[in-house]
Ligand binder design. Structure first.
Ligand code: SF4
Length: 388
């Protein structure tokens, strides 16, 4: 068999990556989150942060390189000259070790061009700059095809790194940082125990840009709850306007059962916003952004209006028009759209015009509503929780 000698080598992988890194190879540089106190987050609950030994990380890179080499050998034997195309992917899948997660992650990475890497876990730049530089250099010398290396980082950490440190990381190949800004409102940041102030976000964001890296800022819609939604939207817009990041990425708050925020919701200490209220908040956020030149991205399944996307400032009116189109729907049409969106049938308001899909979604909506008041909202919450 041409694909009978792919064997999995061991390397570690952490639990998450940003949605935009779906095609990236995941390289674990640290384990878990050194802060681990945000009330809305359960990703690393019950775990302890630890640094990984540089030798271990390099051994992971070697293991990935070994798998990549074996996959290329399969490609040569199948007559594809080292290229990893669909036929090679199918061939490797059929091999005895083709179901190994390690083999699959390297395989899909090569299939997508082998160009991007995401450093895990929650805050890789927290390690010594010289150590991260060494890892980046080793990674690039092992895989010269890599064009983009990205990492999550806390603003708290970046604000304590010098510009020279960040420039050294940029020179070594780290070219995009994803920051969980979540909010630009100090009251919200304190309430959710983010461990940073709005000013830290501004300092960190501007420093990342000054070092020549791309900057992606994540905002959580609904994080202020009913009590602070206006402040959350306006202050977040103000902070983002000062930073002017390359990307503003929004995702809607959904509270995992194990998160502290879930207890606060149950105790009545935090009031979750409805979908319609969050649409109002998003409108205020988009409207309040000043002269920014960011890609506004809504690439999370939890967002009701995924099509509120564009390049600012030019696309602002079009984005507001999408929001206003939703606001103009009747209550019944909104319920219909929410069912379609939360069940994964709809991606845009225009999808409601597809008659077959409309009928199918309407059947589901009516069935849920016949069960009595509260069923529809509860079911939509359950569906959202499944996407966290
Ligand atoms: S810093 Fe990020 S990973 Fe850590 S607890 Fe907060 S949201 Fe979760």
């Amino acid at each position: 068999m041409e694909y009978d000698n792919i064997r999995p080598s061991d390397f570690e992988q952490g639990p998450i990556r940003p949605p935009s890194e779906a095609r990236s190879l995941l390289l674990r540089v640290t384990r878990n989150c050194p802060w681990n106190r945000c009330t809305f987050c359960r990703t690393y609950k019950g775990t302890r942060f630890s640094l990984r030994d540089i030798g271990e990380v390099k051994a992971d890179i070697d293991a990935m390189a070994e798998i990549a080499e074996r996959i290329r050998q399969v490609s040569w034997r199948m007559g594809h000259g080292g290229l990893v195309n669909e036929e090679v992917v199918r061939g490797v899948h059929r091999s005895p070790e083709g179901s190994s997660l390690h083999v699959q992650s390297v395989l899909l990475w090569l299939y997508h061009g082998g160009k991007t890497v995401f450093l895990q876990d929650a805050n890789s730049p927290v390690i010594k700059t010289s150590d991260l530089v060494e890892i980046l250099q080793y990674l690039l010398s092992t895989f010269p095809s890599i064009q983009r290396i990205t990492s999550y980082a806390r603003s708290h950490t970046i604000a304590r790194k010098s510009l020279e440190d960040l420039q050294a990381l940029r020179a070594a190949g780290l070219n995009r940082i994803h920051i969980g800004l979540e909010s630009g409102c100090d009251a919200v940041l304190a309430m959710v125990r983010k461990g940073v102030r709005a000013e830290d976000h501004v300092i960190a964001g501007l420093r990342v840009k000054a070092a020549g890296m791309e900057l992606s800022e994540y905002v959580i819609l609904g994080l202020g709850g009913r009590a602070l939604w206006r402040e959350h939207a306006r202050d977040t817009a103000r902070v983002l306007t000062r930073i002017d990041p390359h990307f503003i990425r929004v995702r809607t708050l959904a509270v995992p059962p194990a998160a502290e925020l879930n207890r606060q919701v149950a105790a009545g200490e935090f009031q979750m916003m409805s979908d319609d209220e969050i649409v109002e908040e998003e409108r205020l956020l988009v409207e309040s952004l000043g002269e920014v030149h960011s890609h506004f991205v809504s690439d999370h399944i939890l967002n009701l209006l995924e099509e509120v996307e564009g390049v600012l400032p030019g696309d602002r009116d079009r984005m507001l028009a999408v929001i206003d189109r939703y606001r103009a729907l009747s209550d019944e049409q909104r319920r219909h759209y929410k069912v379609g969106r939360r069940t994964g049938r709809y991606r845009s308001l225009g999808d409601m015009e597809n008659q077959a899909m409309h009928l199918e979604v309407e059947r589901i909506r009516l069935r849920l509503e016949q069960l009595g008041s509260g069923w529809l909202e509860n079911d939509l919450k359950v569906l959202m929780a499944g996407y966290i």
